[in-house]
Design a protein around this ligand. Structure first.
Ligand code: COA
Length: 257
């Protein structure tokens, strides 16, 4: 960023960043587009996009103690603005956001029925978009080790009884099962707009073998949530990621800058 010194905070290795041309961005009904932003693209994204942030976003960025977190936020917000601007045919800096009571960023201007969700972890950020629906995405870095000791204690209040049983069955290789449930549940709760303000243990996520590998389904207090497409995302071996979208047969495409 030219102003505020945001783009100059910290110096990290950079990878090429090729932003999509706004006029070539299109988001048809029923489509879900997921964009990935690697950590190595954060600095170029900052340099290219920081000027599009609103004053409150700049202030939030500068409040991060570590340059790395500041840059990551600027890059994610800048890319979010760039992509939304392309889909909605307006300048990225003209977009205005508000925040829901549960912390979810929502478009204030232009008023458009375009849903988006952002998630990041150490090394990767994902941005998901779809029209006229609710959607949520979550990505987490896989932790080292296979077993999560004390999972039932850790998961109390988070996992439903069925999920707790699944984790117990997965031992000693429970780490991946935990991350799988965690990312699915966070994606779902983000789609619902509540995040962890909701009671996560009221929701159960499980494999949906009828739809095929990588598909999962969700229920709330034992009642199936119909009309959703729930997917594990292939974000590479280091990460676990999931997407929940309130569209019955969403068609997903994956994009890189
Ligand atoms: C949503 C939540 C689960 C995300 O947790 P996380 O794993 O740490 O972070 P992720 O990287 O996956 O997601 C962060 C993004 O989620 C989005 N987000 C925040 N709150 C959200 C919500 N309630 N619903 C949907 N998305 C939300 C934001 O875009 C945020 O990105 P940003 O910080 O760059 O703006 C967590 O922040 C939460 O539970 N928030 C709700 C808590 C609440 O009620 N807050 C009220 C006071 S504001």
């Amino acid at each position: 960023m030219q102003q505020d010194g945001l783009a100059t905070r910290g110096a990290r290795a950079a990878a090429p960043l090729v932003l999509p041309q706004p006029e070539r961005l299109a988001l048809p009904d029923g489509a879900v587009q997921v964009w990935e932003l690697a950590d190595t693209q954060v600095n170029p994204a900052c340099t290219r996009l920081a000027h599009t942030l609103a004053p409150d976003e700049r202030a939030r960025a500068l409040a991060f103690r570590h340059a790395r977190h500041c840059n990551g936020y600027v890059a994610r917000r800048g890319l979010l603005r760039w992509l939304l601007g392309g889909y909605l045919h307006c300048r990225p800096e003209a977009l205005r956001f508000t925040i829901s009571a549960f912390g979810k960023p929502v478009l204030q201007w232009p008023q458009a029925r375009l849903a988006f969700s952002v998630s990041h972890t150490d090394g990767l950020a994902l941005l998901a978009f779809a029209r006229a629906c609710c959607l949520g995405v979550d990505v987490e870095r896989r932790a080292g080790g296979e077993n999560i000791a004390g999972v039932p204690e850790f998961g109390r209040g988070i996992f439903s009884p069925q999920e707790a049983q699944r984790l117990a069955r997965a031992r000693p290789a429970s780490a991946d099962a935990l991350l799988s449930i965690w990312t699915r549940k966070e994606a779902l709760l983000k789609a619902l707009g509540m995040g962890l303000s909701a009671d996560p243990s009221a929701y159960t996520t499980e494999d949906d073998w009828q739809r095929g590998a990588g598909h999962w389904r969700a229920s709330r207090d034992g009642t199936a949530m119909s009309g959703w497409s729930c997917l594990d995302l292939d974000a590479g071996a280091e990460f676990r990621a999931a997407l929940a979208v309130a569209l019955p047969d969403a068609s997903l495409t994956w994009h890189r800058c």
